[in-house]
Design a binder for this molecule. Structure first.
Ligand SMILES: *[C@@H]1O[C@H](CO)[C@@H](O)[C@H](O)[C@H]1NC(C)=O
Ligand SMILES: *[C@@H]1O[C@H](CO)[C@@H](O)[C@H](O)[C@H]1NC(C)=O
Ligand SMILES: *[C@@H]1O[C@H](CO)[C@@H](O)[C@H](O)[C@H]1NC(C)=O
Ligand SMILES: *[C@@H]1O[C@H](CO)[C@@H](O)[C@H](O)[C@H]1NC(C)=O
Ligand SMILES: *[C@@H]1O[C@H](CO)[C@@H](O)[C@H](O)[C@H]1NC(C)=O
Ligand SMILES: *[C@@H]1O[C@H](CO)[C@@H](O)[C@H](O)[C@H]1NC(C)=O
Ligand SMILES: *[C@@H]1O[C@H](CO)[C@@H](O)[C@H](O)[C@H]1NC(C)=O
Ligand SMILES: *[C@@H]1O[C@H](CO)[C@@H](O)[C@H](O)[C@H]1NC(C)=O
Ligand SMILES: *[C@@H]1O[C@H](CO)[C@@H](O)[C@H](O)[C@H]1NC(C)=O
Ligand SMILES: *[C@@H]1O[C@H](CO)[C@@H](O)[C@H](O)[C@H]1NC(C)=O
Ligand SMILES: *[C@@H]1O[C@H](CO)[C@@H](O)[C@H](O)[C@H]1NC(C)=O
Ligand SMILES: *[C@@H]1O[C@H](CO)[C@@H](O)[C@H](O)[C@H]1NC(C)=O
Ligand SMILES: [Cu+2]
Length: 567
């Protein structure tokens, strides 16, 4: 086997890290390919990894290193992101297209090194280029280190619950029509649990996902919302769920009959099979606080089947799910998350803040092309922004430009710390056209190494207020506060939870409300931050943090691998 010096140095560095701890080096191969799938009475080709939808589950232990050889045998550009995995000093494998890498082109391959550190619980991976993640995603399970256990009784079994959104039309076509038209995207035709819509949809009864449980046992549901464009409600008939983790960190256990989960978020849930033997539905539907916007209001189901000899009731019980616009139910669930915060799983909330940021999250409109009419409000094109800047995706990677010190106008470092204009962000009316038009640019925020940051997201009611699940790459953050209306520091910072705030990477900022997060910029590199609603990030609701190198050698970005995909 021939190997370049750079590659060899790389392998040795990895082996040195592995030898140091009891962590393992694991290897996976992901072949991206077109695969024929039949759903809702129709057959078509979809892009998959290894022919599977959802894709293969990666299972590792805390602190392991996973090498995934991604081979693109599909017919279009792709990148893969390891959602929630911080990749200490190694943004090269993070995945967001044109932020940390150029795409893996058809016929090409890229060996991605996934560096686990303090993540433990359920995370996931997904495509991070155009809308391919609709079918290119899967779970990333991180077990406790060998010799340690869960901070709750060992469950009798583990069950994946991957929520998805399915379009009958080709997803690439849906994406292109949406971008060309300038309006909202076509609604999905079904929601799915583990790839199956369930028996409330046509032609789907025989393939409904079935989960067998023994009475008296407890199961760990490893759940991700891989849907594209909305938060979701989820419940199991006649059973409550005990929340024990979110986003790869443990939480204080609490019981809830209904779960709210935003796209990008994961949950670890215990299901106690303590009901009379029967068949019970588990079900999910989308949550949308927006009154007018159309969305897929169908319900996906799976069936929880108790084992043993019994005759199931003639009608399978369906769980209660809140009305589609019940923002109280949504905020109540998310607001109930607390870090476990024990000696074994300590937390480290930044108390002294060096950098204070306030970012508005807005839906905007831009003029349509000359002589054309767009499908957005008043014939304009829908857009989205953070602090009034619509993120323009460069055609080469920001990380590459930064690392080589050859910017050439790829990005600017003028992202504003505060909104350029103060107005009544959540006003019910009067937010007129002159406020709605954003600037377009590729601006980053530079952070010093180990700078402690407080970032308040402020939702606005420009065009339409809606929840925004904000996702930060390369870091976890503590969610220290949230509320409806406009954030007011003198009042709201007094109510922060600095004792046991949840540690997350994706947090739904409530509709016409705000959310405050804190983190330490201890991971040098280039890190995307964006709304995880796919239509919003496509409209430009994203920005980039660049965390500078620290002084010591072990506080600098590691060198790139030899096989970085070129542009
Ligand atoms: C997929 O498979 C079905 C059934 O085998 C076949 O009828 C259909 O033509 C195939 N579709 C594509 C796009 O290859
Ligand atoms: C990956 O790409 C390299 C460079 O083009 C090529 O030499 C190698 O054969 C490819 N590997 C696979 C498994 O396709
Ligand atoms: C099922 O098929 C019927 C007849 O084609 C159609 O009217 C109905 O909307 C379909 N229902 C769902 C849930 O797709
Ligand atoms: C949560 O549910 C479990 C199992 O049903 C039960 O043992 C526990 O007491 C409940 N906890 C609370 C706080 O209600
Ligand atoms: C879903 O939306 C359609 C179209 O707006 C409406 O006709 C239908 O009643 C809604 N269904 C449910 C279950 O809310
Ligand atoms: C939501 O909560 C607010 C404040 O507690 C209350 O005024 C409002 O009626 C609630 N809305 C719904 C739909 O329950
Ligand atoms: C959620 O609702 C319950 C029951 O109404 C209430 O006791 C609790 O305080 C609420 N939690 C939050 C975070 O709003
Ligand atoms: C727009 O339409 C006007 C009037 O028909 C025409 O003069 C002009 O050339 C058009 N501009 C473009 C860019 O097509
Ligand atoms: C801002 O708008 C909200 C919602 O319409 C309104 O209740 C509030 O009074 C406004 N605040 C100011 C300072 O005008
Ligand atoms: C955004 O910037 C544009 C261009 O400078 C300006 O016209 C608009 O009022 C700004 N809107 C907000 C909400 O800051
Ligand atoms: C930066 O922060 C990390 C994590 O909190 C800590 O381990 C490290 O010692 C800090 N480095 C410096 C130079 O302060
Ligand atoms: C695929 O990526 C390459 C490199 O960035 C780019 O030149 C090409 O235009 C992309 N193809 C498509 C269809 O976007
Ligand atoms: Cu959003």
């Amino acid at each position: 086997m021939k190997m370049s010096f750079q590659a060899l140095g790389f392998l040795l560095a990895t082996l040195a890290i592995i030898a140091h701890s009891q962590a393992a080096l694991l290897q996976y191969t992901f072949v991206v390919q077109e695969t024929n799938y039949t759903r809702l009475c129709t057959s078509k080709n979809i892009l998959t990894v290894n022919g599977e939808f959802p894709g293969p589950t990666i299972t590792a232990r805390r602190g392991d290193t996973v090498i995934v050889d991604v081979i693109n045998r599909g017919d279009h550009n792709i990148t893969i992101h390891w959602h929630g995995i911080k990749q200490p000093r190694y943004p090269w494998s993070d995945g967001p297209e044109f932020v940390t890498q150029c795409p893996i082109q058809p016929g090409a391959n890229f060996s991605q090194r996934v560096l686990l550190s303090d993540e433990e619980g359920t995370l996931w991976w997904h495509a991070h280029s155009d809308w391919s993640r609709a079918t290119i995603h899967g779970l990333f399970v991180i077990l406790p280190r060998l010799g340690t256990t869960y901070p709750f009784p060992q469950p009798d079994g583990e069950v994946p619950v991957v929520l998805g959104e399915w379009w009958q039309n080709d997803i690439q076509t849906v994406f292109e029509e949406f971008m060309d038209g300038g309006g909202d995207p076509a609604n999905s035709d079904a929601l799915t649990i583990n790839g199956q819509p369930g028996d409330l949809y046509n032609c789907s009864a025989s393939t409904t996902t079935k989960i067998n449980v023994d009475q008296g046992k407890t199961y760990l549901l490893r759940m991700v919302n891989a849907a594209m464009n909305n938060l979701a409600f989820f419940a199991v008939a006649n059973h409550h769920l005990t929340v024990v983790g979110t986003d790869g960190a443990y939480t204080k256990p609490f019981n809830s009959t209904v779960i709210t989960i935003s796209p990008g978020q994961t949950l670890d849930l215990l299901l106690h099979a303590n009901q009379p033997p029967n068949h019970y539905y588990m079900a999910a539907k989308l949550f949308s606080g927006q009154r007018s916007a159309a969305f897929d209001n169908t319900t996906t189901t799976a069936i929880l089947r108790y084992t043993g000899n019994f005759t199931p009731s003639t009608s399978t019980p369906l769980p209660f799910l809140p009305p589609f616009n019940d923002r109280n139910a949504s905020a109540n669930f998310t607001g109930s998350l607390r870090s476990l915060a024990t000696a074994e799983h300590p937390i480290d909330v930044p108390l002294k803040i060096k950098r204070t940021l306030l970012f508005t999250l807005s839906i905007n409109t831009l003029p349509c092309a000359v002589n054309a009419t767009c499908d957005g409000p008043s014939g304009r094109r829908l857009s989205a922004s953070i602090n009034n800047i619509t993120f323009a995706m460069p055609r080469t990677s920001v990380l590459g430009a930064y690392y080589r010190g050859i910017n050439n106008g790829v990005y600017g470092d003028d992202f504003p710390d505060v909104p350029p204009l103060r107005f009544n962000y959540t006003a019910a009316s009067g937010l007129n056209r002159s406020l709605q038009t954003p600037e377009v640019g590729t601006e980053v925020t530079m952070l010093k190494h180990n700078e402690t940051v407080e970032l308040v997201f402020q939702g606005t009611n420009l065009v339409a207020g809606i929840d925004h699940p904000m996702h930060l790459h390369g870091h976890s953050f503590y969610v220290v506060g949230w509320g409806f209306g406009n954030f007011k520091r003198s009042r709201d910072s007094l109510n922060y939870n600095l004792v046991d705030p949840p540690l997350m990477q994706t947090i739904a900022v409530p509709q016409n409300g705000w959310t405050a997060i804190r983190f330490k910029a201890d991971n040098p590199g280039v890190w995307f931050m964006h709304c995880h609603l796919e239509r919003h990030v496509s409209w430009g609701m994203g920005m980039v943090f660049i965390v500078r190198n620290g002084k010591s050698a072990d506080a600098r970005v590691l060198p790139p691998p030899p096989d970085m995909p070129p542009c």
